[in-house]
Ligand binder design. Structure first.
Ligand code: HEC
Ligand code: HEC
Ligand code: HEC
Ligand code: HEC
Ligand code: HEC
Ligand code: HEC
Ligand code: HEC
Ligand code: HEC
Length: 483
């Protein structure tokens, strides 16, 4: 996630400054005075839109904004100089109400969301879309798939209207015409903008489902999902405040663990704060959380020295930030565990975390690292081109870490034994032995021993293949071949 330019900088580094995640220092809660809303042109919008688009007006009417007197113009007003300003019924408005616009009144949520991994969701795919979406799909597929979850770079046409190739979507890292990132209506459906609705797992699962981030399926298959389904009526979802252990105890939802308040731990709109690992990478690494002077954040692997306060680093979107503090993985684990201990014992929680970490380490050592080493060998010897997704083995490898491998790791982190094993590690193993190694040996030809098998024999984990009879019987059954 970090550019190579900054790699060199990490090596200069010394101590960690530790930030207590339980103390929301960067999140002063600021609100506008009510005299700032109730725009006089708002009532004309409402009366006409009650006829022309009754549904959205009704949704606004049922939400907290109408109740507080925040009207259409308070959100949709624009300056003539805004690139996406349009003249509409005598007023200057913009169709997109960006996080920055919401942030005029909701400073805390805006600041946390802009600094989160969610805000980088478009930046991380911008250079990869052509390879995957365009080779297999085509331009229209990007708008209908990747962009709906990750967001697009919204383009404005000459007359201020939005280019249909890039809008509508409410992607979580969308680059808006005003430069702000994401869309608050990803989770808070418009025009009700309810917090109760966003506390439901359904606010997340539109994006967090499917082969590589099957969190919906995992949650439903876990004991937490089981208890949530049985006791949803005790979840107190409509409460003004929603602190686990105080306002509800029946079961956790996605929000409880990743965003919600628990005991003394404050709620946050930065979903990455409490996560230790990168789970959607070929090899998982524990992650440092770098916090910048300007409120932005960046995850970097914890196996390189932490950047020192004051260091400049290049971020995912290419901007440069000055390091303010670095949160080590242990701190992030501590924050997540504070959630668990509202309902479980500390010993139980620590033991669960140790089971989780061991499986991630096993995945790395047995499959993730060897598969990556073999791919590196094939690239180095020129047996593969550097272009992504133009050779069959690149798909096999990708499915190994990105689909089956991510499923196993997500499954174990969120307590679904089915995803950890049957839909996860079992399939990783089958792919590795029966597809990946076969394809790699075929490509390596006479160099197979040096480029492929030497990697395996360096690891304890593949000794069971040393007995040729056993190996050929098992691999024959799986569809691969013994060496
Ligand atoms: C006299 C009726 C009328 C009034 C007053 C009116 N609108 Fe509209 N508005 C419409 C109709 C009809 C459409 C759909 C057709 C179109 O896009 O022009 C629309 C479209 C819109 C759109 C979508 C534009 C797009 O990109 O497609 C927005 C946003 C909007 N109105 C907001 C407002 C706001 C804010 C106000 C108050 C300043 C307002 N409207 C006042 C009738 C009205
Ligand atoms: C709390 C802020 C807020 C208020 C109040 C608000 N809107 Fe919106 N509106 C939004 C957001 C956010 C979007 C989504 C734009 C995007 O990101 O694509 C939107 C989109 C729209 C759209 C285009 C999307 C569609 O579904 O057609 C229309 C039309 C619209 N609003 C009209 C209105 C009208 C009319 C009112 C008053 C009854 C109103 N809005 C009040 C925030 C607001
Ligand atoms: C259903 C929603 C959804 C769609 C559609 C989608 N993604 Fe993702 N993508 C996600 C989520 C959620 C993650 C985060 C997974 C995690 O970290 O747990 C992600 C992660 C990624 C990542 C980073 C980690 C990884 O797994 O490689 C890349 C790159 C990526 N997506 C590219 C794409 C591209 C390109 C497309 C379109 C071809 C696409 N995605 C379509 C939801 C989606
Ligand atoms: C990833 C999903 C998600 C996104 C994106 C999101 N929110 Fe939220 N938001 C939530 C959840 C969940 C809650 C309820 C949290 C709780 O009570 O624990 C919430 C609560 C809120 C609240 C109520 C806070 C309170 O203390 O009463 C406001 C205001 C808010 N969000 C504004 C925003 C704004 C502004 C944005 C965009 C900058 C945004 N949200 C983006 C999920 C989201
Ligand atoms: C002009 C000020 C203003 C703007 C702009 C604004 N809000 Fe609000 N918002 C309020 C007020 C006032 C309330 C009600 C009081 C409160 O909950 O603090 C509120 C409440 C909320 C809530 C809590 C709703 C609930 O169920 O209790 C959410 C979520 C929210 N806003 C999200 C947004 C989002 C997303 C945007 C941008 C699309 C936005 N707001 C734009 C002033 C604003
Ligand atoms: C509109 C799509 C969308 C919605 C809705 C959404 N997410 Fe995400 N989420 C993503 C994408 C895409 C990524 C990967 C972003 C990246 O790596 O930069 C992601 C990443 C994450 C991560 C990984 C953070 C890390 O440390 O790498 C967590 C945790 C997460 N989301 C939780 C949630 C929760 C909880 C909700 C619901 C309250 C939610 N998300 C709603 C698309 C979404
Ligand atoms: C009981 C608490 C809990 C619940 C409920 C929960 N998660 Fe998680 N989630 C975790 C833990 C713990 C991890 C692993 C964090 C780490 O890396 O240390 C995790 C990991 C993730 C990741 C991967 C982050 C990465 O590092 O790549 C995503 C995405 C995610 N969760 C989304 C969700 C969504 C969406 C839901 C609801 C459908 C959900 N979670 C429900 C605790 C929970
Ligand atoms: C709001 C309360 C709540 C929170 C918070 C919570 N859990 Fe749970 N958890 C439960 C309940 C209730 C059960 C089901 C109890 C049972 O029958 O075993 C459960 C079950 C489990 C189980 C399965 C136990 C078994 O014996 O099968 C594990 C593992 C677990 N939780 C881990 C965690 C972890 C780790 C966290 C924090 C990341 C967490 N939980 C957060 C309420 C919670």
């Amino acid at each position: 996630m970090v550019s190579f330019r900054s790699l060199a900088l990490w090596r200069l580094i010394l101590p960690l400054s530790i930030l207590v995640l339980a103390c929301p220092v960067w999140a002063a809660k600021v609100k506008l005075d009510p005299s700032h809303w109730g725009h006089p042109a708002g009532s004309a919008c409402v009366s006409c839109h009650t006829k022309s688009s009754a549904g959205l007006t009704q949704q606004w009417q049922s939400g907290a904004h109408a109740e507080a007197g925040v009207n259409c113009m308070d959100c949709h007003q624009a300056e003539r100089s805004d690139v996406d300003a349009i003249e509409h019924e005598g007023q200057t408005i913009a169709t997109i109400v960006s996080p920055k616009d919401c942030g005029r009144c909701h400073v805390k949520e805006f600041t946390e969301q802009q600094g989160s991994v969610h805000a980088e969701a478009y930046a991380i795919i911008e250079d990869r879309v052509p390879a995957l979406a365009h080779n297999i799909g085509g331009v229209p597929m990007q708008g209908a798939s990747c962009d709906q979850c990750h967001g697009s770079r919204v383009k404005v046409r000459g007359d201020g209207t939005l280019d249909p190739a890039t809008w509508p979507n409410s992607g979580i890292g969308r680059i808006n015409p005003d430069g702000s990132k994401g869309s608050c209506s990803s989770c808070h459906g418009r025009h009700r903008f309810s917090k109760a609705q966003a506390r439901e797992p359904s606010a997340c699962v539109r994006c967090h489902s499917g082969p590589d981030s099957p969190d919906k399926e995992i949650f439903e298959a876990s004991k937490h999902g089981m208890i949530y389904a049985a006791h949803r009526d005790e979840m107190n979802l409509d409460a003004a405040e929603w602190v686990a252990g105080r306002d509800y105890t029946a079961a956790p939802t996605c929000v409880t663990c990743h965003m919600g308040a628990a005991g003394k731990l404050p709620s946050t709109h930065d979903v990455g704060l409490r996560n230790v690992w990168s789970l959607n990478t070929p090899v998982s690494k524990r992650q440092l959380l770098v916090m910048f002077e300007d409120g932005h954040k960046l995850e970097i692997p914890a196996d390189v020295p932490a950047p020192r306060r004051g260091t400049e680093l290049t971020r995912v979107d290419g901007t440069v930030g000055v390091v303010k503090a670095v949160v080590p993985p242990e701190r992030r684990r501590q924050a997540m565990s504070l959630v668990c201990v509202e309902c479980h014992g500390k010993g139980f929680t620590d033991s669960f975390m140790s089971q989780f970490d061991s499986v991630v380490e096993l995945y790395n050592a047995k499959f993730g690292e060897p598969a990556r080493a073999i791919m590196d060998n094939l690239y180095r010897e020129g047996l593969l081109t550097l272009t992504p997704f133009d050779e069959p083995i690149e798909f096999v490898y990708w499915e190994l870490w990105h689909d089956e491998g991510a499923r196993a790791r997500h499954g174990v982190s969120m307590m679904s034994p089915n995803h950890a094993w049957w839909e996860g590690m079992y399939l990783v193993g089958r792919n590795f032995y029966a597809r990946f190694l076969v394809a790699a040996r075929a490509l390596a030809g006479e160099q197979a021993d040096a480029l492929v098998d030497s990697v395996l024999s360096a690891s304890e984990h593949h000794r069971w293949l040393d007995d040729p009879d056993q190996a050929s019987a098992i691999l024959g059954f799986m569809g691969g071949e013994a060496h």
